[in-house]
Design a protein around this ligand. Structure first.
Ligand code: PLP
Length: 407
């Protein structure tokens, strides 16, 4: 795996530590516990911390909502992985996204992708628009659409690349340029790529958000989110205020779990990417498949931009099944190793009919399935999809009503 380009100016630590991604993932934010010598960090459950006789807090912590050693360690690690100056951890990816939106002023205009994560779209439409944000959704993979949508009061350009579920690619550097020319800030949701594959701050983005629930947590057992800032500035101070005043903070154990998982992140991403590339190539040749969406495929509309800003191409693959919605449902019903479930980024492979979770108004094709390709053996995953596709094709030939009745 090639290293993402690295910024030269992000702090003292670069001089005292080897900074390659695998090493950072193991060491950033970690230290042997000075009190006990424990190599694995202890979990600090205390919600309050002792004051010195003079009333000060000499160890830096006062109350669990304001700060906690496990949260501080996780924030330091994530900040270093993305090459930022600041990081604020949240109880979910959505809480992190909301903190970014709340750092704007009511009346601000936001431009967001039409295919932004559907939870983010609902947060913008149902919570933040009534609060006072003015949101325009555009096809963010078409640079002229972003330029047309920018207004004098645009405060934020939200990008997400690769996007969900069509794995569309936005040119990060170009979106940043357009945002900055309009006097707006650019935030990139980097959940699908992770800092192992793509570092938006290096490409000029001002903020990165993650659902650590996904690849960073990596084991489908913890919700979390983070906002990372390229520089210390007023906007980041407001994000920090939303974190500690609003209090949507992760528990110490949640922070411990995410930090524990990050140690294997670069190796897990390698496995996810290798398996996804093999699965995508198999589907691309299959007669029961109409279309495959994977940025690593040469015919993918965003392949060239992805190859420039993201290495390699991630663990998410979507495909359209012949036979419409019924065909897609039949494939999802027939898989044995893939689990039919939402979410992504865990060690186990998941498959999902996106249109039904996104609900009425979705623009996702009815015959589309999205997969989070896990860390099983790629041949087992391919054999599983092969048997599911052939069962769906038999069912299609037999006509409606004759197929497998499961699911
Ligand atoms: C899951 C996800 C989120 C939201 O994270 P939660 O932890 O579920 O709130 C945001 N963006 C992307 C791209 C996601 O996949």
């Amino acid at each position: 795996m090639t290293e993402p380009p690295r910024r030269e100016d992000n702090g003292r630590r670069q001089q005292v530590r080897p900074m390659r991604m695998e090493t950072l993932a193991v060491h950033a934010g970690r230290a042997v516990d000075p009190a006990t010598g424990a190599v694995t960090p202890p979990i600090h459950l205390s919600t309050t911390f002792e004051r010195a006789p003079d009333g000060s807090y000499p160890r830096g912590y006062l109350y669990g909502r304001d700060g906690n050693p496990n949260r501080a360690a996780l924030e330091e690690c994530l900040r270093e992985l993305e090459g930022g100056a600041e990081a604020a951890a949240f109880a979910s990816g959505s809480a992190a996204s909301q903190a970014v939106l709340m750092s704007l002023s009511p009346g601000s205009h936001v431009v967001a992708p039409r295919d932004v994560y559907h939870g983010t779209a609902r947060l913008m439409r149902e919570i933040m628009a009534p609060w006072g944000l003015d949101v325009t959704f555009v096809d963010m993979d078409q640079p002229d659409r972003l330029a047309q949508a920018l207004r004098p009061h645009t405060g934020l350009v939200w990008i997400e690349t690769p996007s969900n579920p069509l794995l569309k690619i936005t040119d990060i550097a170009a979106a940043v340029d357009a945002a900055h020319q309009a006097g707006a800030v650019c935030v990139c949701d980097n959940t699908f790529a992770t800092p192992v594959l793509q570092r938006p701050l290096d490409l000029g983005a001002d903020l990165v958000v993650h659902a650590t629930t996904k690849y960073l947590g990596g084991h489908t057992d913890v919700l979390g989110g983070v906002v990372i800032g390229r520089t210390e500035n007023d906007m980041f101070r407001r994000i920090r205020d939303v974190q500690v005043r609003g209090g949507a903070v992760p528990s110490p154990f949640d922070c411990w779990l995410v930090l524990r998982s990050i140690g294997t992140l670069p190796y897990r991403m390698r496995g996810h990417c290798d398996n996804a590339a093999k699965v995508a190539a198999f589907l691309d040749d299959h007669p029961g498949v109409e279309a495959v969406y994977y940025p690593g495929l040469r015919h993918h509309a965003g392949h060239h931009v992805a190859a420039r800003q993201m290495r390699p191409f991630g663990g998410m693959v979507s495909f359209q099944v012949r036979g419409g919605r019924d065909g897609a449902m039949a494939v999802a019903a027939a898989v044995k190793i893939f689990t039919r479930a939402s979410s992504l980024g865990g060690v186990e492979s998941l498959i999902e009919h996106r249109a039904s979770i996104e609900g009425p108004g979705t623009t996702t094709p009815e015959n589309l399935l999205r997969m989070s390709v896990g860390l099983e053996n790629a041949d087992d995953l391919i054999e599983d999809l092969a048997q599911a596709l052939s069962r769906a094709m038999e069912r299609d030939e037999a006509g409606p009503g004759d197929g497998d009745s499961r699911g």
